[in-house]
Write a protein that binds this ligand. Structure first.
Ligand SMILES: Nc1ncnc2c1ncn2[C@@H]1O[C@H](COP(=O)(O)OP(=O)(O)OP(=O)(O)O)[C@@H](O)[C@H]1O
Length: 443
């Protein structure tokens, strides 16, 4: 019978957890503070631990740290318990090698699942590192909390991470969190959007060039890889990288060296690479649009960021966070505004929500934001597509109307991201700019 240790000073919670665990057929040991827990652990024979974050004599994190430094290995799997899970305490716990992090109260089912998984995991490696401060990162939903746990697990390693998710869902903020919680946090974090730079220029942007490498190269130029040396480089929209550059990137990853354009010798660089894409790269590989070997090099760890419509609990929390950012005296959200926000499908994800809140803060009169201040009905119903019937006998006018409507919809759906809107519409960005001007559309 596996022996499970529960370390918690809250008597009623402890008793009920003990009852659940023993009814599941495990043997229980109880400690009411950190020191007691550690002394029981030193005797060995314990196969999993439930550990409270707040204990009378030390913090749960200190106990976790001590467990992970017990002589003879990194200790049994630890399931951390908190009254409130926050991004900070979850990342910290997962980084220190906690197996799971659960918020009280915990259902019998959650206890059973966590214990079974913890016991099955014994012997797998854990990672340790110092905790660091991070950006504001709103994560109330279960989905986002799972993502945060992955960030915690992946942060301390140097492995390449492929971050996937729809446009505006928060891929870059995940990349930043990975960097900020890594040993490279004091070194540079550089993000480059591979889709925003013409592919002909991207190579010299990434790897740099020497004077005279091509017409116009009047001086040596340090590339982005070198700027990120020692730190982390995020290649955003990696799916848009040309096949020529994909091959070069693969070589850099294999050799850890870059060759600036026109240079004779390669330069060693020490960069942790993160890549992000809204595309389904596996599908792109199948279609021959993305190199399979590069895909596997990048996808050592995959972190997926769910679309906002699949994590309802984050919507209001994010809205309130953006309200607080938008003004020193934040307005409040009326009940109808909350309802409207929750009902919206958020095709442009968190970026769209941020734009909506910033606009509403400016437009709302008085201290409260009303549903109509959000301007969301327009996006939902796309009235531009339906309000005025197209002129039946005037093809150019009808086409222009359709074009304008499609542009407005694409912009709304991408939260005003013009590069992404152009991509969705299948036109070049320059052409989109010209059309925006022509129709007088403000992104
Ligand atoms: N969980 C979050 N907490 C706080 N802010 C967030 C969160 N997720 C996203 N944001 C904010 O929303 C905006 C869009 O996020 P981000 O740029 O990370 O998305 P993305 O998925 O990288 O977008 P793209 O696909 O266009 O590159 C940013 O302003 C970011 O700070």
């Amino acid at each position: 019978m596996a022996r499970i240790l529960i370390v918690d000073d809250d008597a009623s919670f402890r008793e009920s957890l003990a009852e659940t665990v023993s009814s599941l057929g495990y043997e229980i040991l109880i400690a009411t503070n950190g020191a007691q827990g550690l002394s029981l652990l030193k005797h060995g024979g314990i196969e999993a631990v439930f550990l409270d974050f707040r204990l009378p004599d030390m913090t749960g994190i200190e106990v976790l740290h001590a467990i992970k430094h017990l002589p003879g290995g990194d200790g049994p799997p630890v399931i951390m318990l908190t009254a409130y899970t926050s991004v900070d305490n979850t990342i910290e716990a997962m980084k220190l090698g906690a197996f799971e992090h659960l918020a009280k109260p915990i259902s019998r089912h959650a206890v059973e699942t966590a214990l079974a998984a913890a016991l099955a995991s014994r012997g797998t490696a854990t990672q340790q590192a110092e905790a660091r401060k991070e950006d504001e990162f709103v994560a109330h939903s279960e989905r986002m909390r799972e993502t945060i746990k992955m960030v915690g697990r992946a942060a301390a390693s140097d492995a390449t991470v492929l971050i996937t998710g729809e446009t505006g869902s928060g891929k870059e903020i995940v990349a930043r969190a990975l960097h900020q919680h890594s040993a490279r946090a004091s070194q540079p974090f550089v993000a480059v959007n591979c889709a925003a730079i013409p592919q002909e220029l991207l190579e010299s942007e990434l790897f740099g060039h020497v004077r005279g490498a091509f017409t116009g190269a009047t001086a040596n130029r340090t590339g982005i890889f070198q700027q990120a040396d020692g730190g982390t480089l995020l290649l955003d929209e990696i799916g848009d990288m040309s096949s020529n550059l994909q091959a070069k990137l693969l070589r850099v990853l294999a050799e850890g060296k870059i060759v600036p354009l026109g240079a004779e010798r390669p330069l060693a660089v020490n960069v942790r690479l993160l890549a992000a894409t809204h595309r389904d790269l596996e599908q792109e590989v199948k279609e021959g649009k993305f190199r399979e070997d590069l895909f596997y090099r990048l996808n050592v760890i995959n972190i997926h960021v769910s679309p906002l419509r699949e994590r309802h609990e984050d919507i209001i929390a994010l809205a309130e966070y953006f309200l607080a950012l938008a003004s020193d005296s934040p307005k409040n959200l009326s009940a109808e505004a909350r309802h409207r926000l929750e009902k919206h499908s958020w095709p442009g994800n968190v970026r769209e929500l941020r734009n909506v809140i910033e606009r509403a803060t400016i437009l709302a009169r008085g201290p409260s934001i009303k549903a109509e201040d959000l301007g969301l009905a327009d996006v939902v119903a796309s009235p531009a597509l339906s309000a005025t019937p197209p002129p039946l006998h005037d093809l150019p006018a009808a086409l222009a109307q359709l074009e304008e409507a499609m542009i407005r919809t694409a912009l709304a759906e991408t939260g005003g991201n013009r590069a992404e809107a152009a991509r969705r519409l299948g036109i070049r960005r320059q052409l989109l700019y010209a059309k925006l001007q022509h129709y007088g559309v403000e992104p």
